[in-house]
Ligand binder design. Sequence first.
Ligand SMILES: Nc1ccccc1C(=O)C[C@H](N)C(=O)O
Ligand SMILES: [Zn+2]
Ligand SMILES: [Zn+2]
Length: 207
Amino acid sequence: MAKKEIFDISMELNAETPEWPGDRPFEYSLSVTKEQSGSVNVGEIKSSTHMGTHIDAPFHYDDDGLKIEEMPLDVYLTSAQVVDVQELGEVGVENLPEPEEGVTAILLKSCSWSDRQQFPETWPVFSGAIAEWMKAKGIRLLGVDVPSVDQQHSKELPMHQSMNKHGRYILEGVVLDHIEPGVYQLAALPLKITGAEGSPVRAVLYR
Ligand SMILES: Nc1ccccc1C(=O)C[C@H](N)C(=O)O
Ligand SMILES: [Zn+2]
Ligand SMILES: [Zn+2]
């Protein structure tokens, strides 16, 4: 078998990673040094769960929704198609190609968040009709290269709600600038945090 080509599509997590405005920034520190313990360095992390490249559990926007440890894992380990949606202010079903055979995840490459040290001012609007389209095509996961599938100041969260209503799943904050449109294998598993409404993931594409 040929060597695997692995493309990292995750944001780095550090104190400079921009948090959702008002959320807790990411912080890692060594709480015990090897010198102190006599054996090992031990770290601790503090962070909003919606940090960098992460997935939403339905409990994020629905009190009765699934929590992160209840979510199916096959959604995040699958064939994924990267689709170019650059230069579009609004992304609708008409901008999406017929998915390739076997694909169950679509990753939208908008390239609208180029400086990952700053929270972006704007990003494309994603039409709620995409969720229905996904269901009809057997696509279970939508990945976006921006902080949210809805707009920053939205309270209704129409896209999140539409995705939930149609049983579709959300991956946010992937980095696709260096990825050619096409079909890859995706791995983007959440941490098994009991009761949580989201989790950072290490997202990679490979083939
Ligand atoms: N952390 C927040 C605080 C206030 C309002 C929204 C958020 C979000 O996380 C929104 C976005 N849907 C997200 O999943 O990252
Ligand atoms: Zn989120
Ligand atoms: Zn979200």
